[in-house]
Design a protein around this ligand. Sequence first.
Ligand SMILES: [Mg+2]
Length: 112
Amino acid sequence: MGLIRLVTPHLCVDTVLDLGAGRLRDLGLDTLLLDVDCTLKRYRQPQLDAEIGAWIAGLRAAGFKLCLLSNGGRRRIRRFAGQIGIPAVCRACKPLPFGCHRAIRKLQAVRQ
Ligand SMILES: [Mg+2]
C-alpha cells in the first residue's frame, strides 16, 4: 500500500459521533484506531467531552476494538486512554504506518 493511498480518506464525517455502531458495521468495520487531537477533542482541551466518552463506551459495549493512535506524547495521551479505558499508541509518527501496525498488534486485530 503506497503512502498516498494510506493517507487518502475513504470517508469524511463532521464528527466521530456520526459513526454509530450500525454505520460502522455496514462499512464492514469492527476495529477503530482513533486520533485524539482535533478528532476526539479540540487541540488544547484537557478532557474529552461527555458525548465522546459515551460514544466510545457505546462502541465498546457493541464489541468494537478501539485504540488511540496519536502522535502526541506518552504522558498526555495515556491520560486520555485511562479516562476512557482503551489502549493507546503514542508518538505514532503518522502518517507513517508503524504506529498503525503497533495498534493493530495491540488489539490483535486483522488488517484488511
Ligand atoms: Mg489530530
